[in-house]
Design a protein around this ligand. Structure first.
Ligand SMILES: [Zn+2]
Length: 76
């Protein structure tokens, strides 16, 4: 079983929202998954946030969890 080292493992049932699509806390679009805190979130969004938080330092993690994904202005 291969697993990306930088990716999250959301294979457990705790990360499945039961088929209900709720607005992702990061990008606002409908997401079926839930993050570690039970909030609706895309796995890819959570990975981006996690990686950016690691890049900027753990002290900024709380601030970077909201509004970090500004779709359109950061095409990279
Ligand atoms: Zn999202």
């Amino acid at each position: 079983m291969t697993r990306a080292r930088t990716g999250l493992d959301w294979s457990s049932a705790a990360h499945w929202g039961g088929g209900r699509r709720l607005p992702c806390v990061h990008c606002g679009k409908g997401a079926f998954c839930r993050d570690d805190d039970g909030r609706p979130s895309h796995k890819t969004c959570a990975e981006v946030v996690m990686q950016r938080a690691q890049a900027h330092g753990a002290s900024n993690a709380a601030e970077t969890t909201t509004g970090v994904l500004d779709m359109g202005s950061d095409a990279a």
